[in-house]
Ligand binder design. Structure first.
Ligand code: NDP
Length: 297
């Protein structure tokens, strides 16, 4: 990483899916801050961490990601997804430090028929999406150097995610119904970490820091049903002891959840590719390596 001094990269959310992969990739260049060190509901702990670390760059991978629970914990989600990132952005802007932050496909309503581009107007339909959009807005308004990467459907061998839920359910049940009318782009947290470090390198090598919002998802899209079908087929080939036999497609209407989810949240990644020469692999390919890592563990 082309940072010109020996100050570290501070990673908030170092225990999350993306945060863990960033820490693994950046090694001794990074200092990870967990919620025990910097609690986003306690602004003084964030500022203390920033001041004591004196980072050359900040990556914020922390977020309130419980999409359904956010509907009943609006204030908490707003604090973690918007107010705290705004505070970090103000600190970074006033110290001339670049800030890297992650946002979500759920800033969109899903009513568009094609893939969403960065300049499509956000119109979130759930609390999580609204608070993440507010986080983006506050970072932009700090007027510092920033990169906001919008990603989606994140999975990894670390943490909680759809892949691990499917492996658990597939080991417990012979029949499953999976939603087949929500389309998005599954994205490996490892691929996000690799793409992030490459984009940062490019950004730091540019005369004028390319602040902005960039979509960053796995190539190819699918429905949750298609994703699950592939997870089960691949996992069986690898040797996972699954008993699931019947996987039935269902609709969002038949599977009500606390939070409304966009039916189409496919993101177009052209801007990321053009600006940073970065393209994430297809989710099919990355899924294999994540499943193999889960199996080995
Ligand atoms: P995870 O849910 O895996 O991890 C969230 C991280 O945030 C954890 O390290 C957690 O720490 C930290 N965190 C939660 N509450 C607090 C708090 N009060 N103070 C400080 N830290 C806190 O997230 P992902 O890695 O999946 O997500 C990374 C980014 O990508 C986020 O910005 C997310 O919004 C975005 N994104 C994620 C998607 C997904 O499918 N997961 C989809 C689209 C975007 P602790 O372990 O201590 O609780």
């Amino acid at each position: 990483m082309a940072l010109s001094n020996r100050r570290p990269i501070l990673i908030f959310g170092s225990t999350g899916q993306v945060g863990q992969h960033l820490c693994e990739l950046l090694g001794s260049q990074a200092v990870g801050a967990s919620s025990a060190m910097a609690d986003f509901t306690k602004p003084d702990t964030i500022l203390n961490t920033l001041q004591s670390t004196q980072p050359a760059m900040v990556i914020n991978a922390a977020a309130y990601t419980a999409v359904d629970r956010a509907e009943s914990e609006k204030e908490l989600a707003l604090q973690i997804n918007a107010i705290a990132p705004g505070l970090i952005a103000d600190f970074c802007a006033s110290h001339g430090i670049p800030l890297v932050h992650y946002s979500t496909d759920y800033v969109f309503s899903g009513k568009k028929s094609g893939a969403y581009r960065e300049d499509d107007f956000p119109d979130p339909i759930n609390v999580y999406g609204k608070t993440k959009f507010e986080g983006e807005r506050r970072i932009e308004n700090a007027h510092g150097k920033y990169l906001i990467f919008r990603t989606s459907w994140v999975y990894s061998e670390h943490g909680h995610n759809f892949v691990k839920t499917m492996l658990r359910l597939g080991a417990e049940r012979e029949s499953l119904k999976i939603v087949n009318d929500q389309t998005g782009c599954p994205t490996s947290a490892h691929d996000i970490a690799v793409a992030t470090t490459r984009a940062i390198d490019m950004a730091l090598g540019t005369a004028s820091f390319p602040s902005g919002i960039y979509n960053m998802t796995g190539s190819d899209h699918c429905t949750w049903y298609e994703f699950a079908t592939d997870i089960f087929a691949s996992a069986k080939r690898i040797g996972f002891p699954l008993i699931v036999k019947n996987i039935e497609p269902t609709t969002t209407a038949e599977y009500p959840t606390a939070a409304t989810r966009p039916l189409n949240s496919v993101l177009n990644n052209d801007k990321l590719e053009q600006k940073f020469k970065v393209k994430l692999p297809s989710w099919h390919k990355s899924l294999q390596s994540v499943l193999e890592k889960i199996y080995e563990n």
